[in-house]
Ligand binder design. Structure first.
Ligand SMILES: [Zn+2]
Length: 367
């Protein structure tokens, strides 16, 4: 039994860190050692509480389940497309005709929800993002297809204009290139309502225009979707360096300037708190923090500011690519690190995780 003894009787080596495998048989027997006296204070001893894989899993307030995962997927306007996205390992742009082969196996594994991002490659883009809610466009077509193929899937749609505007910004612009807020908000609300009409269960505005939550909620109510469509706000979306692979995937880089006048400065904790509070008050049903890992304090703040709302966070493309790259470089094991990152988000207070790791988690999780 000396195998178990390293330094002290409470130092158990070789136990896996993952809480996801409580059936692991490697935990030590409890009755193999005679009692010994110790001068340690009772208050010093914590390890008795987490010596077993199952009791380790009890240490989390919230454990990851399949129903907490929302899978971001890219839908393009070539209906037969299945195109690899080089900067997002394992992710592809899909055409609507390929959704059955793409999603079918994931639904069998327990996929519960997706969020759609339209990637128009062939449409005529203009100043106001007209193709965003084109009935023949990728988001509306994919919504109808997924709803008919997989009626159990919860369908969310990202709502923004940047993939559809000629200038690549998320709103409508003044002549000088600055955001023209009122027409931006009106157009974004119009798109959201048209996605609701197409059958999405949730609209998720990612544009960060002032006042869009109120406008979308009003629009949904007036169009008869007040009780039929959830409004998930990207409330605290930061101007992050971690969106690069997404822009590559969605073709949504702005043609001039950047998004720093509407996305939040990375250091802006107070502003993020105000944005979360504002969106909760304007009628958001779910609040979101994006990106996730560098903003765990903001997730924690959101959980405290709006404790009665579901709280989402988006493990964005660059976070995903970073975790994959580290695993490829041998820094850590992919699965262990994927769990560690997502567990940090749950610990901070998230109840819903948007992540490109969803297909792997469906394999890794039992429930
Ligand atoms: Zn945008």
């Amino acid at each position: 039994m000396s195998f178990f003894l390293r330094g002290s009787k409470t130092d158990w080596p070789g136990q896996p860190a993952s809480a996801a495998s409580p059936s692991d048989p490697s935990y030590p027997p409890t009755a193999a050692f005679p009692p010994t006296s110790s001068s340690m204070d009772i208050s010093s001893i914590l390890q008795g509480g987490y010596q077993h894989p199952l009791s380790r899993s009890w240490q989390s307030r919230r454990q990851l389940t399949k129903s907490m995962l929302m899978y971001p997927i890219f839908i393009t306007d070539d209906p037969d497309a299945s195109v690899e996205i080089k900067t997002l390992p394992g992710q592809r742009r899909w055409g609507v005709n390929r959704l059955e082969e793409f999603l079918g196996p994931l639904v069998k594994k327990g996929l519960k929800s997706v969020i759609l991002f339209g990637v128009p490659m062939n449409c005529e883009k203009d100043e106001r993002g007209t193709p965003a809610d084109d009935p023949s466009g990728p988001v509306i077509q994919a919504t109808k297809k997924i709803a008919s193929l997989f009626p159990s899937i919860y369908i969310a749609a990202d709502v923004c204009l940047c993939e559809y505007t000629s200038h690549g910004h998320c709103g409508v612009l003044h002549a000088d290139g600055s955001i023209n807020t009122e027409p931006s908000v009106a157009r974004i609300a119009e798109v959201a309502v048209n996605y609701a009409r197409a059958g999405v269960h949730c609209v998720a505005p990612s544009d960060m225009m002032d006042g869009r939550i109120k406008a979308i909620k009003r629009g949904l109510i007036d169009a008869g979707f007040g009780n039929r469509c959830t409004l998930m706000s990207y409330s605290a979306k930061f101007a992050s360096s971690l969106y690069g692979p997404f822009r590559d995937a969605a073709g949504s880089a702005p043609s001039f300037g950047d998004r720093k006048c509407y996305q939040l400065p990375p250091s802006a904790k107070g502003l993020a708190r105000r944005a979360i509070l504002r969106d909760a008050n304007e009628g958001a049903d779910i609040l979101m923090v994006k990106p996730a890992l560098p903003y765990l304090d903001i997730i924690s703040d959101a959980a405290q500011i709006a404790p009665d709302h579901p709280l989402a966070c988006y493990q964005v493309s660059g976070e995903y690519a970073m975790v994959c790259a580290g695993a490829d470089a041998g820094v850590y094991e992919l699965r262990t690190m994927a769990f560690e990152t997502v567990d940090s988000m749950l610990r901070a207070g998230a109840t819903l995780i948007l992540t490109y790791f969803t297909p792997q988690f469906l394999d890794w999780l039992e429930l």
